[in-house]
Design a protein around this ligand. Sequence first.
Ligand code: CA
Ligand code: CA
Ligand code: CA
Ligand code: CA
Length: 371
Amino acid sequence: MPGQLTTGVFLWLTAACGVLPGPYAEMGINGYVDPNTWRHSNPAAPEARVNPIFRGWATEVVEYAPADQTWSGNWNDPAKALGPVTGNIADVVSLGELTQQETLLGVPPGSITLVFGDPNSPDDDVIRDGSGYDFAVFENGMVSQVTTGMGSLQGQLLAELAYVEVSSNGVDFARFPAVSLTPARTGAYGTIDMRNVHNLAGKHPNGYGVCTGTPFNLEELADQPDVLSGKVDLDAIRYVRLVDVPGDGSFLDDAAQQVEPNTGPQWSKYAGNHPIYDQWPTWGSGGFDLEAVGVLREQRYGADVNLDGIVDSCDLSLLASAWQSYFGQAQWNDRCDLAGPRDHVVNLRDFAVFASQWQGVEEWRTQVKED
Ligand SMILES: [Ca+2]
Ligand SMILES: [Ca+2]
Ligand SMILES: [Ca+2]
Ligand SMILES: [Ca+2]
Protein backbone atom coordinates (compact mmCIF):
# COMPACT_ATOMS: atom_id res chain seq x y z
CA MET A 1 0.00 0.00 0.00
CA PRO A 2 1.81 3.10 -1.22
CA GLY A 3 0.17 5.54 1.23
CA GLN A 4 0.96 3.37 4.19
CA LEU A 5 4.48 2.82 2.88
CA THR A 6 5.12 6.54 2.50
CA THR A 7 3.97 7.19 6.04
CA GLY A 8 6.19 4.41 7.31
CA VAL A 9 9.19 5.70 5.39
CA PHE A 10 8.62 9.18 6.77
CA LEU A 11 8.50 7.86 10.32
CA TRP A 12 11.66 5.89 9.67
CA LEU A 13 13.52 8.93 8.35
CA THR A 14 12.32 11.11 11.19
CA ALA A 15 13.69 8.56 13.57
CA ALA A 16 16.90 8.20 11.56
CA CYS A 17 17.60 11.95 11.62
CA GLY A 18 17.45 11.78 15.37
CA VAL A 19 19.35 8.47 15.47
CA LEU A 20 17.41 5.78 17.25
CA PRO A 21 18.86 5.07 20.68
CA GLY A 22 19.99 1.60 21.67
CA PRO A 23 23.10 -0.52 22.01
CA TYR A 24 23.96 -0.49 18.28
CA ALA A 25 22.08 2.47 16.83
CA GLU A 26 24.70 3.58 14.32
CA MET A 27 23.38 5.77 11.52
CA GLY A 28 22.94 4.22 8.12
CA ILE A 29 24.98 5.97 5.44
CA ASN A 30 22.69 7.79 3.01
CA GLY A 31 23.21 6.62 -0.57
CA TYR A 32 21.67 9.82 -1.94
CA VAL A 33 21.30 13.30 -0.45
CA ASP A 34 19.46 16.48 -1.31
CA PRO A 35 22.34 19.01 -1.58
CA ASN A 36 20.00 21.81 -0.47
CA THR A 37 19.20 20.25 2.89
CA TRP A 38 21.88 17.57 3.22
CA ARG A 39 19.17 15.17 4.31
CA HIS A 40 18.55 11.76 2.84
CA SER A 41 16.96 11.87 -0.61
CA ASN A 42 14.82 9.38 -2.47
CA PRO A 43 17.19 8.27 -5.27
CA ALA A 44 14.39 8.97 -7.80
CA ALA A 45 13.92 12.61 -6.73
CA PRO A 46 15.16 15.21 -9.26
CA GLU A 47 17.45 16.85 -6.70
CA ALA A 48 19.00 13.56 -5.56
CA ARG A 49 22.80 13.27 -5.75
CA VAL A 50 24.97 10.33 -4.82
CA ASN A 51 26.22 11.17 -1.33
CA PRO A 52 29.65 12.83 -1.81
CA ILE A 53 30.88 11.02 1.29
CA PHE A 54 31.61 8.19 -1.18
CA ARG A 55 34.79 8.29 -3.24
CA GLY A 56 34.64 4.88 -4.95
CA TRP A 57 32.71 1.67 -5.53
CA ALA A 58 33.52 -1.99 -6.14
CA THR A 59 35.15 -2.41 -9.53
CA GLU A 60 35.37 -6.18 -10.05
CA VAL A 61 34.08 -9.52 -8.76
CA VAL A 62 36.79 -12.11 -8.11
CA GLU A 63 34.62 -14.87 -6.67
CA TYR A 64 30.89 -15.57 -6.51
CA ALA A 65 29.95 -18.78 -4.70
CA PRO A 66 26.19 -18.80 -4.06
CA ALA A 67 24.57 -21.45 -1.86
CA ASP A 68 21.80 -22.06 -4.42
CA GLN A 69 22.49 -23.66 -7.81
CA THR A 70 19.14 -22.99 -9.47
CA TRP A 71 17.37 -19.64 -9.61
CA SER A 72 13.78 -18.66 -10.36
CA GLY A 73 14.81 -15.19 -11.51
CA ASN A 74 17.79 -13.07 -12.47
CA TRP A 75 19.15 -12.99 -8.92
CA ASN A 76 22.54 -14.57 -9.64
CA ASP A 77 24.32 -11.90 -11.70
CA PRO A 78 27.34 -10.83 -9.59
CA ALA A 79 27.98 -7.76 -11.79
CA LYS A 80 24.99 -6.14 -10.10
CA ALA A 81 27.16 -5.60 -7.00
CA LEU A 82 29.50 -3.28 -8.93
CA GLY A 83 29.32 0.48 -9.30
CA PRO A 84 27.31 3.05 -7.36
CA VAL A 85 24.27 2.27 -5.22
CA THR A 86 20.92 2.67 -7.00
CA GLY A 87 18.23 2.12 -4.36
CA ASN A 88 16.63 -0.39 -6.74
CA ILE A 89 15.63 -3.56 -4.85
CA ALA A 90 16.15 -5.64 -8.02
CA ASP A 91 19.67 -4.34 -8.72
CA VAL A 92 21.17 -6.99 -6.43
CA VAL A 93 23.01 -10.30 -6.51
CA SER A 94 21.75 -12.92 -4.05
CA LEU A 95 24.00 -15.27 -2.11
CA GLY A 96 21.43 -18.08 -1.88
CA GLU A 97 19.96 -19.79 1.18
CA LEU A 98 20.89 -22.91 3.13
CA THR A 99 18.27 -25.37 4.32
CA GLN A 100 18.53 -26.83 7.81
CA GLN A 101 19.75 -30.10 6.30
CA GLU A 102 22.48 -28.34 4.28
CA THR A 103 23.60 -26.50 7.41
CA LEU A 104 23.81 -29.79 9.34
CA LEU A 105 25.84 -31.29 6.48
CA GLY A 106 28.32 -28.42 6.71
CA VAL A 107 27.53 -26.91 3.30
CA PRO A 108 29.18 -23.46 3.27
CA PRO A 109 26.90 -20.40 3.07
CA GLY A 110 26.94 -18.28 -0.09
CA SER A 111 29.63 -15.63 -0.53
CA ILE A 112 30.93 -12.99 -2.92
CA THR A 113 34.32 -11.26 -3.04
CA LEU A 114 34.68 -7.79 -4.55
CA VAL A 115 37.77 -5.84 -5.62
CA PHE A 116 38.51 -2.18 -4.89
CA GLY A 117 41.04 0.17 -6.37
CA ASP A 118 43.40 0.11 -9.33
CA PRO A 119 47.12 -0.01 -8.46
CA ASN A 120 47.89 1.58 -11.87
CA SER A 121 45.64 4.57 -11.26
CA PRO A 122 46.71 7.81 -9.55
CA ASP A 123 43.23 7.98 -7.99
CA ASP A 124 43.56 4.52 -6.52
CA ASP A 125 40.42 3.99 -4.46
CA VAL A 126 41.77 1.17 -2.33
CA ILE A 127 40.08 1.16 1.12
CA ARG A 128 42.14 2.65 3.97
CA ASP A 129 41.57 2.95 7.69
CA GLY A 130 41.01 6.68 7.80
CA SER A 131 39.30 8.57 10.58
CA GLY A 132 35.74 7.29 11.07
CA TYR A 133 33.95 4.76 8.89
CA ASP A 134 35.81 3.43 5.85
CA PHE A 135 33.22 1.69 3.64
CA ALA A 136 29.50 0.90 3.55
CA VAL A 137 27.51 -2.13 2.36
CA PHE A 138 24.04 -1.79 0.81
CA GLU A 139 21.58 -4.70 0.98
CA ASN A 140 17.89 -4.39 -0.01
CA GLY A 141 16.20 -4.81 3.38
CA MET A 142 12.97 -2.97 4.11
CA VAL A 143 11.25 -1.58 7.15
CA SER A 144 8.07 -3.51 7.92
CA GLN A 145 4.88 -1.48 7.68
CA VAL A 146 2.74 -3.93 9.62
CA THR A 147 2.64 -6.01 12.75
CA THR A 148 1.54 -9.57 11.98
CA GLY A 149 1.16 -12.89 13.74
CA MET A 150 4.06 -14.16 11.62
CA GLY A 151 6.83 -12.39 13.52
CA SER A 152 6.75 -8.97 11.84
CA LEU A 153 6.75 -5.86 14.03
CA GLN A 154 5.95 -2.52 12.39
CA GLY A 155 9.05 -0.34 12.22
CA GLN A 156 11.50 -3.22 12.51
CA LEU A 157 13.61 -4.48 9.61
CA LEU A 158 12.87 -7.39 7.30
CA ALA A 159 16.55 -8.22 7.22
CA GLU A 160 19.01 -10.58 5.62
CA LEU A 161 22.44 -10.37 7.17
CA ALA A 162 25.99 -11.20 6.10
CA TYR A 163 29.41 -11.38 7.74
CA VAL A 164 31.91 -8.87 6.36
CA GLU A 165 35.56 -9.75 5.74
CA VAL A 166 38.44 -7.73 4.31
CA SER A 167 41.77 -8.61 2.74
CA SER A 168 44.85 -6.93 1.28
CA ASN A 169 46.23 -9.89 -0.67
CA GLY A 170 43.05 -11.79 -1.58
CA VAL A 171 44.15 -14.80 0.49
CA ASP A 172 44.11 -13.75 4.15
CA PHE A 173 40.78 -12.28 5.30
CA ALA A 174 39.92 -10.62 8.64
CA ARG A 175 36.25 -10.82 9.68
CA PHE A 176 34.52 -7.97 11.51
CA PRO A 177 33.54 -9.20 14.99
CA ALA A 178 29.75 -9.29 14.85
CA VAL A 179 27.14 -8.90 17.57
CA SER A 180 23.56 -10.18 17.36
CA LEU A 181 21.33 -9.92 20.41
CA THR A 182 18.12 -10.94 18.57
CA PRO A 183 16.52 -13.34 21.05
CA ALA A 184 14.90 -15.96 18.79
CA ARG A 185 14.22 -17.15 15.27
CA THR A 186 12.18 -14.70 13.20
CA GLY A 187 10.75 -17.14 10.64
CA ALA A 188 10.38 -16.44 6.93
CA TYR A 189 8.37 -13.24 7.41
CA GLY A 190 9.77 -12.00 10.72
CA THR A 191 11.62 -8.80 11.52
CA ILE A 192 14.56 -7.85 13.73
CA ASP A 193 15.39 -4.75 15.79
CA MET A 194 18.47 -3.43 14.01
CA ARG A 195 19.71 -1.95 17.29
CA ASN A 196 20.48 -5.51 18.39
CA VAL A 197 22.91 -6.03 15.50
CA HIS A 198 26.46 -4.75 14.98
CA ASN A 199 29.15 -5.35 12.34
CA LEU A 200 26.88 -7.38 10.09
CA ALA A 201 25.90 -6.11 6.63
CA GLY A 202 22.19 -5.76 5.89
CA LYS A 203 21.00 -3.90 9.02
CA HIS A 204 19.90 -0.70 7.22
CA PRO A 205 16.96 -0.39 4.78
CA ASN A 206 17.48 0.18 1.04
CA GLY A 207 14.55 0.24 -1.38
CA TYR A 208 11.12 1.83 -1.91
CA GLY A 209 12.56 5.35 -1.77
CA VAL A 210 14.84 4.80 1.22
CA CYS A 211 18.53 4.24 0.45
CA THR A 212 20.86 3.59 3.38
CA GLY A 213 23.90 1.36 3.83
CA THR A 214 25.69 -0.14 6.81
CA PRO A 215 29.03 1.49 7.68
CA PHE A 216 32.17 -0.35 8.77
CA ASN A 217 35.26 1.02 10.51
CA LEU A 218 38.48 -0.90 9.81
CA GLU A 219 39.83 0.31 13.15
CA GLU A 220 37.65 -2.36 14.79
CA LEU A 221 39.92 -5.00 13.24
CA ALA A 222 43.14 -3.57 14.67
CA ASP A 223 43.65 -6.39 17.19
CA GLN A 224 42.79 -9.29 14.86
CA PRO A 225 45.65 -11.81 14.53
CA ASP A 226 46.09 -11.42 10.76
CA VAL A 227 46.21 -7.65 11.17
CA LEU A 228 48.78 -7.81 13.98
CA SER A 229 50.94 -10.20 11.92
CA GLY A 230 50.79 -7.88 8.90
CA LYS A 231 48.95 -10.31 6.60
CA VAL A 232 46.04 -7.86 6.44
CA ASP A 233 47.05 -4.21 6.00
CA LEU A 234 44.20 -1.95 7.13
CA ASP A 235 45.61 0.87 5.00
CA ALA A 236 45.51 -1.22 1.82
CA ILE A 237 42.28 -3.21 1.64
CA ARG A 238 41.62 -4.38 -1.92
CA TYR A 239 39.05 -7.10 -1.22
CA VAL A 240 35.74 -7.19 0.63
CA ARG A 241 33.93 -10.51 1.05
CA LEU A 242 30.30 -10.90 2.12
CA VAL A 243 29.39 -14.27 3.62
CA ASP A 244 25.68 -14.97 4.05
CA VAL A 245 24.33 -15.76 7.52
CA PRO A 246 21.64 -18.45 7.18
CA GLY A 247 19.44 -17.09 9.95
CA ASP A 248 18.31 -20.32 11.61
CA GLY A 249 20.69 -19.76 14.52
CA SER A 250 23.37 -22.22 13.41
CA PHE A 251 25.85 -19.41 12.87
CA LEU A 252 27.19 -17.36 15.79
CA ASP A 253 28.30 -13.81 16.45
CA ASP A 254 31.58 -12.77 18.16
CA ALA A 255 30.07 -10.90 21.10
CA ALA A 256 32.69 -12.23 23.53
CA GLN A 257 35.29 -10.14 21.66
CA GLN A 258 33.43 -6.87 22.24
CA VAL A 259 33.91 -5.98 25.90
CA GLU A 260 35.09 -7.68 29.09
CA PRO A 261 31.77 -8.74 30.66
CA ASN A 262 32.92 -8.12 34.25
CA THR A 263 34.13 -4.57 33.75
CA GLY A 264 30.85 -2.71 33.38
CA PRO A 265 27.15 -2.65 34.14
CA GLN A 266 24.76 -4.77 32.06
CA TRP A 267 27.62 -6.36 30.13
CA SER A 268 27.11 -9.95 31.25
CA LYS A 269 25.56 -10.81 27.88
CA TYR A 270 29.08 -10.47 26.41
CA ALA A 271 30.32 -13.49 28.34
CA GLY A 272 29.62 -15.69 25.32
CA ASN A 273 28.64 -15.69 21.65
CA HIS A 274 25.05 -15.79 20.40
CA PRO A 275 23.19 -17.38 17.49
CA ILE A 276 22.47 -14.90 14.68
CA TYR A 277 18.85 -14.78 13.51
CA ASP A 278 17.45 -13.15 10.39
CA GLN A 279 14.64 -13.92 7.93
CA TRP A 280 14.90 -17.67 7.36
CA PRO A 281 14.21 -19.60 5.25
CA THR A 282 14.14 -17.32 2.21
CA TRP A 283 13.72 -18.27 -1.45
CA GLY A 284 13.62 -16.63 -4.89
CA SER A 285 16.29 -14.06 -4.10
CA GLY A 286 17.41 -16.36 -1.28
CA GLY A 287 19.89 -15.21 1.33
CA PHE A 288 21.74 -11.89 1.49
CA ASP A 289 21.09 -9.57 -1.49
CA LEU A 290 24.09 -7.36 -2.25
CA GLU A 291 23.35 -4.06 -3.98
CA ALA A 292 26.64 -2.14 -3.69
CA VAL A 293 29.73 -1.51 -1.57
CA GLY A 294 31.01 2.07 -1.42
CA VAL A 295 34.35 3.48 -0.26
CA LEU A 296 33.97 6.40 2.17
CA ARG A 297 35.93 9.60 2.39
CA GLU A 298 37.56 10.21 5.75
CA GLN A 299 35.39 11.84 8.41
CA ARG A 300 37.53 14.29 10.33
CA TYR A 301 34.74 15.26 12.73
CA GLY A 302 33.55 12.43 14.94
CA ALA A 303 31.21 14.97 16.55
CA ASP A 304 29.20 14.97 13.29
CA VAL A 305 27.05 12.32 14.94
CA ASN A 306 24.42 12.20 12.19
CA LEU A 307 26.99 12.13 9.37
CA ASP A 308 25.66 15.06 7.36
CA GLY A 309 29.11 16.68 7.18
CA ILE A 310 28.67 19.49 9.71
CA VAL A 311 28.85 19.64 13.52
CA ASP A 312 25.78 21.63 14.50
CA SER A 313 22.81 21.81 16.86
CA CYS A 314 21.36 18.57 15.46
CA ASP A 315 24.47 16.72 16.66
CA LEU A 316 24.37 18.55 19.97
CA SER A 317 20.83 17.34 20.60
CA LEU A 318 21.97 13.79 19.87
CA LEU A 319 24.82 14.17 22.34
CA ALA A 320 22.36 15.52 24.90
CA SER A 321 20.02 12.56 24.42
CA ALA A 322 22.89 10.13 25.08
CA TRP A 323 24.32 12.16 27.99
CA GLN A 324 25.63 10.14 30.96
CA SER A 325 24.57 6.84 29.37
CA TYR A 326 26.68 3.69 29.43
CA PHE A 327 27.13 1.17 26.64
CA GLY A 328 24.21 -1.24 26.95
CA GLN A 329 21.68 1.29 28.23
CA ALA A 330 18.62 2.23 26.21
CA GLN A 331 19.71 5.80 25.38
CA TRP A 332 23.29 4.81 24.51
CA ASN A 333 24.68 6.18 21.25
CA ASP A 334 28.10 4.81 20.35
CA ARG A 335 28.98 7.78 18.14
CA CYS A 336 28.80 10.11 21.16
CA ASP A 337 31.63 8.26 22.94
CA LEU A 338 34.09 10.65 21.32
CA ALA A 339 37.13 10.92 23.58
CA GLY A 340 39.91 8.39 23.22
CA PRO A 341 40.61 5.97 24.64
CA ARG A 342 36.90 5.19 24.54
CA ASP A 343 35.43 4.43 27.96
CA HIS A 344 31.85 3.35 27.04
CA VAL A 345 30.24 6.29 28.82
CA VAL A 346 29.14 9.65 27.39
CA ASN A 347 30.44 12.34 29.74
CA LEU A 348 32.41 15.58 30.02
CA ARG A 349 35.48 14.10 28.31
CA ASP A 350 33.31 13.51 25.24
CA PHE A 351 31.71 16.94 25.47
CA ALA A 352 35.17 18.53 25.43
CA VAL A 353 35.91 16.79 22.12
CA PHE A 354 32.51 17.79 20.80
CA ALA A 355 33.07 21.45 21.73
CA SER A 356 36.48 21.47 20.03
CA GLN A 357 34.85 20.30 16.76
CA TRP A 358 31.84 22.63 16.97
CA GLN A 359 30.79 24.00 13.54
CA GLY A 360 33.38 21.85 11.78
CA VAL A 361 32.53 21.14 8.13
CA GLU A 362 33.77 18.10 6.23
CA GLU A 363 35.63 18.72 2.96
CA TRP A 364 33.45 16.20 1.13
CA ARG A 365 30.38 18.29 1.86
CA THR A 366 31.63 20.74 -0.77
CA GLN A 367 32.04 18.03 -3.40
CA VAL A 368 28.50 17.50 -4.71
CA LYS A 369 28.69 16.91 -8.44
CA GLU A 370 26.00 18.05 -10.88
CA ASP A 371 25.53 14.61 -12.40
CA1 CA B 1 38.37 4.02 10.01
CA1 CA C 1 17.31 -12.35 -0.24
CA1 CA D 1 25.87 16.71 11.72
CA1 CA E 1 33.42 8.57 26.67
